[in-house]
Write a protein of this length. Structure first.
Length: 473
């Protein structure tokens, strides 16, 4: 069988099918694997991630995938999330000794950037999520409602929205609250923060992202398959409504028993002939799925300016600062920590306002914010900087978007789909991409009459939630 696209979705499908005994041939257009979640080497020799990527404890399929390909040990997990407001007040989120859903109560009560009134309004909304296990009735309204609307209906204070809900959700979902389907937002809080005490733990790669995929190629090849890079697929060969092959440059064609297209929805829309879109209505609306941007800013300072592994800034353009030097410290990754200096990576999700700004404007803006947040950076020299704008970083989780997301099995025989944008129920994340790959592999095996399961269950509820739901952990 053939997989087109070597991002997480294609790799997850490819590895799962190879393990099921299929000879997998994977074609990727770029010279490296990992798609949007990858890294590369700059002309000056620095290894940079396309953008910092993080996972959470509740991402059970990504965790499973990393284990399968021998990358699990390259992810460092952190229990403490640190927040910093413009007045220099710190707040943290960390599980204490109380069982779920009260595990965050201690750190939340002490969270300095919020007032008691803000906290009471947040607690009320959390109770609503708890009571309904993340299924509040208004999430089922026709066409979906926005997260901002959901919060307004629950009387959230302005500061609670800006300093709590927006901070968590814009990073997790890459979209502004008024353009986010509340279903995704509520799900984040139910799965990561309420239903168990470990779902919020943040996993950060301790190596440049491309190093996470070393095991994928060997896993596919070990089982008789092959991975071909620099191999852009240019079209589908259709005969009498059936997919009979794929086309490459210079008239080359490849055929297989089945095909998994694991490319972004925008790329698939261009590849699919109009006749295919018309014959399967689920493929006719790909162009309705919008995209959202993320900007990554890389700073190299001449000295150490930050001790924490990462910090979240409140009410600034810069949302996260990652201390790459510390994160790479004891890995064999090619992160090349500077001798005495420090490498930081900043992340700005839903960065619509930065798209029109020049590289220098973005550097100046972020440098001012970093110097405001980290006093040690005020004296430090910025040695060099890089800005990576990803205009189409993720699909936009806007209200009602799920109706445009096709399933992994299409009505065209032998044509299967994978990608974070396919119907997984999850937003555009690495977890969503791996889920889609596993679902595509399951659909293919089902169609072949040899069903198998790859999809992992959600993290089991624990603490009082487990007792309440009558489940044991
Ligand atoms: C800046 C940024 C930051 C992000 N941060 C996070 C984060 O912190 N946590 C998180 O969980 N997620 C994050 N994401 C989202 C995450 O990266 C994606 O959801 C996930 O990687 C998507 O995987 P995919 O396999 O579905 O798609 P892709 O990674 O886009 O893979 C598709 C692959 O198909 C290839 N391809 C396209 N056309 C062809 C063709 N014609 N022939 C052959 N190959 C082709 C592409 O080159 C690519 O390798 C971020 C994304 C970006 C861009």
């Amino acid at each position: 069988m053939i997989v087109i696209g070597g991002g997480l979705a294609g790799l997850a499908a490819g590895v799962a099918l190879a393990e099921s005994g299929w000879r997998v041939r994977l074609f990727e257009q770029r010279p490296f694997l990992g798609g949007r979640a990858t890294s590369y080497v700059l002309p000056d020799g620095e290894h940079v991630d396309n953008c910092q990527h993080v996972t959470l404890g509740c991402c059970t399929n990504l965790d499973d995938f990393y284990r399968r390909v021998g990358a699990a040990g390259k992810i460092k997990f952190f229990d403490r999330l640190l927040f910093l407001d413009p007045q220099g007040r710190e707040g943290e989120m960390q599980a204490g000794f109380l069982p779920a859903p009260f595990h965050m109560t201690g750190s939340f009560a002490a969270f300095a950037p919020l007032t008691l009134l803000d906290k009471l309004s947040i607690a009320r909304a959390m109770l609503d999520i708890l009571r309904t296990q993340g299924q509040t009735a208004d999430l089922r309204e026709e066409g979906g409602i926005s997260m901002l609307e959901w919060l307004r209906r629950r009387g959230q204070t302005k500061r609670a929205i800006e300093r709590f809900w927006r901070v968590v959700l814009v990073s997790a979902l890459d979209e502004e609250l008024d353009r986010t389907d509340a279903r995704f937002g509520v799900d984040v809080f139910w799965k990561a923060f309420l239903s168990n005490s470990t779902g919020y733990r943040m996993g950060v790669p301790a190596v440049p992202l491309a190093n996470l995929y070393d095991g994928c190629k060997s896993e596919i090849e070990r089982r008789g398959g092959e991975v071909t890079l620099r191999a852009p697929v240019r079209g589908l060969k259709m005969e009498s409504g059936e997919l009979t092959g794929i086309r490459f440059d210079e008239g080359r064609e490849e055929t297989a028993d089945a095909y998994v297209f694991a490319v972004p929805h925008t790329a698939l829309s261009e590849l699919l002939p109009e006749s295919v879109k018309q014959s399967d209505p689920s493929l006719a609306n790909l162009d309705k799925i919008k995209v959202a941007p993320i900007t990554g800013v890389h700073f190299w300072f001449d000295r150490v300016v930050m001790r924490e592994p990462f910090v979240t800034l409140l009410e600034t353009n810069t949302q996260w600062i990652f201390n790459k030097t510390a994160l790479y410290a004891d890995s064999n990754g090619a992160g090349k920590p500077a001798a005495a200096g420090q490498y930081l990576q900043l992340v700005i999700s839903a960065s619509y306002e930065l798209l029109q700004k020049s590289r220098q404007e973005i550097i100046d803006l972020c440098l001012t914010e970093v110097r405001q947040a980290l006093p040690a950076a005020r004296e430090a020299q910025l040695v060099k900087a890089t800005v990576i704008k990803e205009a189409a970083a993720t699909f936009s989780p806007e209200p009602g978007v799920d109706r445009w997301r096709p399933k992994q099995q299409t009505s065209i025989p032998r044509l299967f789909l994978a990608g974070d944008w396919t119907a997984t129920g999850w937003p555009a994340t690495m977890e969503g991409a791996v889920r889609s790959g596993y679902l595509a592999a399951e659909a293919l095996l089902r169609a072949e009459g040899t069903p198998s399961n790859f999809l992992q269950p959600d993290l089991a509820p624990d603490g009082f939630i487990a007792m309440w739901l009558g489940k044991t952990t």
